[in-house]
Design a protein around this ligand. Sequence first.
Ligand code: FES
Ligand code: FES
Length: 131
Amino acid sequence: MYSEKVMEHYMMPRNAWHMPEADGVGCVYSGECGDKFTMFIRVCGDIIRDVSFLASGCGAAIAAGSLTTMLARGKTIKEALKITEEDVIRALGGLPAAKQHCSDLSVSALQTAIMDYLAKQQREIKEFFEN
Ligand code: FES
Ligand code: FES
């Protein structure tokens, strides 16, 4: 039921590790399945230099986390905030309908990690949506 891409990233997830000195951490729980997902970012000059994740979830969540880190790495904060669940699902070669919420988790965790980074910098997210 999973695409080849999902299976590849589930079996061999990229960037699945705990980052002890992250600049931003985002931890989210799924309301649908109760699974937990954490994303870590290191930022320099408003560019995401490093990103990693930990997931206690299904294969689709692990594959989505892997792809989300690949999409986010090297992006500016502004670009990373534009990554959507649809982008991740497309990169995964599609997800079964019952598994669509699994990709929401990784994108929400990334956004939460960015919010955490901005809060620590005492900056507001709205500056990234102006012009
Ligand atoms: Fe900025 Fe390493 S100090 S990327
Ligand atoms: Fe919980 Fe996929 S079923 S993250």
